[in-house]
Design a protein around this ligand. Structure first.
Ligand SMILES: Cc1cc2nc3c(=O)[nH]c(=O)nc-3n(C[C@H](O)[C@H](O)[C@H](O)COP(=O)(O)O)c2cc1C
Length: 335
């Protein structure tokens, strides 16, 4: 992969990204990741990507409607801007109510999940099943747009399966309903996370929309971001699995778009140190539940260095903060 952008594209990508009334200084976004993009993870991403839009985990509008208190997933810490809250459900009235609460919490935009492939969500009409009910998706966008002052955005996929790649029509409908930006994960629902993302569809969608189109799927490195932006003409990129155990990625791509320079990768020590901070943050924010949740994160940090597999195995079984600290400190000492 080349690590160059054409001069014309480089200068476009160095300009701010306008999402309705919101102006973003960065065209690299951190995706919503359920079970991952909590306040603790976002703080790490933010350190390296001060201007990027970061998304919360998806939040159920139904839960917001029924609960007396807001779910912890919606909590935003001071200084987290620019941040967006992602919502899911299929009932326009629940979504509008949840969107108003999200704005009150500090969401700069409201993102609507129309891409989640998980059965539990699609069976109830949410996530990617909205691709098969475009009228409902339109009603959701229209109702939420009417309910809040902030821009409303949509994150979706190519279609339900290879026989139903409906994105061109769907994307037009979302724009016509008032969406201010579309993020496209270039896989079908049937693909899940398998196979490669089909970026050629992002290029096709970009041609039929006036609102910004953000490319998502397989952005695992600066080189991948460059290739995707060059091939699609997208207005920005959103990083997802590439940030698991690697909260540096959004900042690295942003740095490249800003300066044309590729940052040297963080050392193993720096990655482990970051993992340790992540662990500490989860303990402080969530207590013992945070330790359990930290296991998967710690495993993701342990990749690509001698002894990583053994460390991963041990960290994915930790019961306490001290146990995690001991293992990570020992590994840091050895590098
Ligand atoms: C663990 C995990 C959790 C995810 N949670 C969400 C979510 O809450 N909302 C959403 O829109 N997409 C979610 N996604 C999808 C990603 O945001 C992204 O669209 C997808 O992973 C494709 O990008 P990638 O190939 O770079 O990973 C999730 C993906 C993963 C792997």
């Amino acid at each position: 992969m080349s690590n160059r952008l054409s001069p014309a594209l480089a200068s476009k990508l160095a300009t701010p990204l306008q999402i309705g009334s919101v102006v973003l200084e960065s065209r690299v976004l951190q995706s919503p990741l359920s079970g991952v993009t909590d306040l603790v993870f976002r703080r790490l991403v933010r350190r390296y990507a001060p201007k990027s839009m970061i998304y919360t985990e998806m939040v159920s509008a139904k839960e917001i409607h029924h609960l007396q208190t807001l779910p912890q997933l919606m909590e935003i810490a001071p200084g987290e801007e620019p941040i967006s809250i992602q919502l899911f459900d299929c009932r326009p009235d629940f979504m509008a109510e949840a969107a108003q609460k999200a704005v009150a919490e500090g969401a700069l935009t409201i993102d609507i999940n129309m891409g989640c492939p998980v059965n539990k969500i699609t069976k109830k009409g949410g996530g990617s099943s909205l691709l098969r009910q475009p009228e409902v998706a339109e009603a959701i966008v229209k109702t939420v747009v009417d309910a809040v002052e902030v821009p409303v955005t949509v994150k979706t996929r190519l279609g339900w399966d290879d026989d139903q790649i409906t994105i061109l029509d769907f994307a037009r409908r979302m724009e016509a309903s008032g969406a201010s930006m579309l993020t496209l994960h270039a896989r079908t629902r049937a693909q899940g996370y398998q196979g490669t993302a089909r970026w050629e569809w992002i290029a096709k969608v970009k041609k039929v929309l006036s609102i910004p189109v953000i490319a998502n799927g397989d952005i695992f490195s600066v080189e991948a971001a460059i290739a995707c932006l060059s091939q699609t003409g997208a207005d920005g990129v959103m990083c997802s699995r590439g940030t698991l155990g690697y909260p540096f990625l959004v900042g690295e791509i942003d740095h490249f778009l800003r300066t044309g320079q590729v940052l040297p990768p963080p050392s193993i020590k720096a990655r482990l140190q970051c993992g340790k901070e992540h662990l500490q943050g989860l303990w402080e924010y969530k207590g013992q539940r945070g330790i359990i949740q930290s296991r998967k994160h710690m495993a993701w940090y342990c990749k690509g260095f001698p002894g990583a597999a053994e460390l991963r195995d041990k960290l994915s079984r930790i019961e306490s903060l001290e146990q995690g600290y001991q293992l990570i400190d020992r590994a840091i000492f050895n590098y």
